[in-house]
Ligand binder design. Structure first.
Ligand code: NAG
Ligand code: NAG
Ligand code: NAG
Ligand code: NAG
Length: 404
């Protein structure tokens, strides 16, 4: 309950509160620690910003401040903020960052202007010259103001709903997945986010997956993963040596199986933490969506063997592991079934961090449908309140258990 202690003292000792954010963070074997050496556990939520419009979602219904206040009211400490490489491609190759107004028009066609006007009504600090990246800046600034950390995540190359094996964003060299532009985009955001006072980390890529059509892409295997991921991590670390770098795995980020034990990745290549001169900046991240599971032990064993055993003292590469995505329908009693109850128990038991999917009620557009209802969203359609207060009460138990 470290956070609560800080908050309750803050009234009497404002200097303590002023100490936030205590960056940069680093790792200490399996722990993430802040600049004072205190353990930090990721306890947060995903806020999507990598959809077609490439602007953090929800702003046509609510202000950034009110959305952040909702996260704060749960005592979460971090947001996994997703972005698309296409935003940086526009900045670098297409004449600069796109204004909100053009971004909405481009993605929503004739309805774009109405939605843009709604965004301005809720967020009057924006105007006709505000760009997409300035919205990310405003989100990062408000998160910092309310004492919440930012973890950036490169979700997609082309801005769109993620993820499928035929969306052209699956693997290095896939239709939209240009590896050089990917590294350039990561470098740009690593550099840019130096200006965000509570920025702590970045995920190099959301769910790698085998593309249906493999014509243009590199071989889908661990050797390619190693080559590309290490190259990108080097670029990010050079651009911003302060931030932690999250490495995601294969098969929709469900597998980092050969990493904890430094197993042969093929051709004798092994992932060895000791070979990095920034080893204390590397973190593993996994996803899990076994929503119809009937047995907690099988979820638990799967997660452990697929990567969480990097937490173990016996691991050759002992590192923090964060469950950066899991989630389930908020429209029914899924929160009470095996999958949700299981993760709610085991992740805090492992003292592992997590960010739940998803902070949303609806999307500007998803898969071609505007104002798309997100039944997995923690919020109701118009982002004014929780979708399912019972599910939120259960989530609160997980949050509290993670602060122990
Ligand atoms: C972090 O937590 C672990 C487990 O509770 C503990 O062993 C370790 O000493 C903690 N580190 C710090 C700096 O509090
Ligand atoms: C428009 O918005 C941007 C970013 O939100 C801000 O930097 C700029 O000062 C604003 N311009 C005016 C005229 O208010
Ligand atoms: C960095 O942040 C400061 C303070 O919020 C702001 O005034 C400045 O414009 C920002 N710089 C960039 C490049 O965003
Ligand atoms: C938002 O949605 C809730 C629940 O669906 C509803 O009660 C409320 O009236 C809506 N608010 C607005 C401003 O549309």
């Amino acid at each position: 309950m470290r956070l609560l202690k800080v908050l309750s003292c803050a009234a009497t000792f404002p200097a303590l509160l002023a100490a936030f954010p205590n960056v940069p963070f680093k790792t200490s074997n399996r722990w993430v620690v802040d600049s004072t050496g205190a353990n930090f556990t990721y306890i947060g939520v995903n806020w999507p910003g990598a959809g077609d419009v490439m602007i953090p979602e929800g702003l046509q219904y609510a202000s950034i401040e009110s959305i952040v206040s909702k996260i704060k009211s749960l005592k979460m400490n971090v947001v996994r903020l997703t972005f698309a490489i296409e935003m940086i491609d526009d900045i670098k190759d297409n004449g600069g960052d796109v204004t909100l107004q053009s971004a909405f028009s481009k993605a929503l066609g004739s309805d774009g202007n109405t939605v843009y006007q709604q965004v301005l009504r809720n967020n009057p600090q924006f105007n006709s010259s505000t760009t997409r990246l300035q919205v990310f800046d405003a989100v990062a600034a408000e998160l910092a103001k309310q004492g919440i950390y930012v973890h950036l995540d490169n979700h997609m190359s082309k801005g769109a709903w993620c993820c499928s094996t035929n969306d052209g964003n699956a693997w290095f060299g896939d239709t939209y997945f240009n590896t050089e532009k990917w590294k350039r985009g990561l470098q740009y955001m690593a550099e840019h986010s130096k200006n965000w006072s509570s920025m702590i980390s970045i995920g190099l890529r959301n769910e790698f997956r085998k593309p249906d059509i493999t014509g243009s892409s590199l071989a889908y295997n661990w050797q390619t993963w190693y080559t590309q991921v290490v190259a990108a991590a080097n670029v990010v670390n050079a651009a911003n040596p302060d931030i932690l770098i999250h490495l995601s795995g294969l098969d929709f980020d469900t597998k980092l199986t050969p990493i904890p034990g430094a197993d042969d990745l093929g051709g004798g290549q092994r992932f060895q933490l000791s070979s990095f001169n920034y080893a204390n900046k590397l973190v593993l991240e996994l996803h899990n969506y076994q929503t119809s599971a009937t047995n907690c032990d099988s979820i638990k064993n799967g997660l452990w063997n697929n990567g969480f055993k990097a937490l173990d003292a016996a691991a050759k590469n002992r590192m923090p592991v964060v469950l950066t995505e899991f989630g389930f329908s908020q429209a029914d009693n899924s929160y009470n079934r095996v999958y949700a109850s299981c993760l709610r128990r085991i992740i805090p038991e492992w003292d592992a961090g997590w960010t739940v999917w998803v902070l949303a009620g609806s999307y500007y557009i998803r898969s071609g449908r505007q104002d798309y209802e997100e039944t997995w969203g923690l919020l109701n359609h118009n982002w004014t309140g929780w979708r399912n207060t019972n599910a939120i009460a259960a989530l609160q138990q997980m949050i509290d258990a993670s602060y122990r």
